[in-house]
Design a protein. Structure first.
Length: 163
């Protein structure tokens, strides 16, 4: 068998799953060694920097980000490339504001499979998402009003013009 014999979608699923489990494994190990508070500080910084990389990837793919719709589309595409497929339900979509529900999150699913602590996930996800959106277009910001990893039925986020 050759690598090319494995369908690209299967390779992609394996790669994203491996990246997520590796990241969570590091998180769990470091929590035991240096403590949760230190790990949370480091993860916020790492997730903020990772969010900035979304712009670089979006630019390399030629994804526009001039409106809230384009920012949401670019972030969604890049996010699913690096984290795995998510399921979305649109709630409100205008040029200046997008509100969506995420009903399936590969990061949360992997965390549950690994019995990883998810208590700090809401903060890390917000740090990543806000950094990604503001990197794609500094006129916009990202905020969650509901998060599955905080016990909600779905994640609800808004990408909207900064006030």
């Amino acid at each position: 068998m050759e690598l090319e014999d494995i369908p690209a979608e299967v390779r992609w699923e394996i790669a994203t799953k491996a990246a997520l489990t590796s990241s969570m494994g590091y998180n769990m190990a470091f929590r035991e060694i240096v403590g949760a508070k230190t790990v949370d500080q480091v993860e916020d910084a790492v997730d903020t920097e990772a969010g900035r990389q979304v712009k670089i990837i979006a630019d390399s793919l030629g994804l526009p980000a001039a409106s809230a719709i384009e920012v949401d589309d670019a972030f969604g595409i890049v996010g699913m490339i690096i984290m795995g497929k998510m399921e979305y339900e649109p709630i409100e979509i205008t040029n200046n504001r997008v509100v969506q529900h995420i009903t399936n999150c590969p990061i949360l699913n992997t965390g549950k499979e690994m019995n990883a602590p998810i208590g700090s996930m809401p903060n890390h996800c917000q740090a990543f998402s806000k950094s990604a959106v503001e990197g794609l277009n500094q006129k916009y910001t990202h905020n969650f009003s509901k998060q599955m990893c905080a016990g909600d039925e779905y994640c609800q986020y808004a990408i909207e013009l900064k006030k």
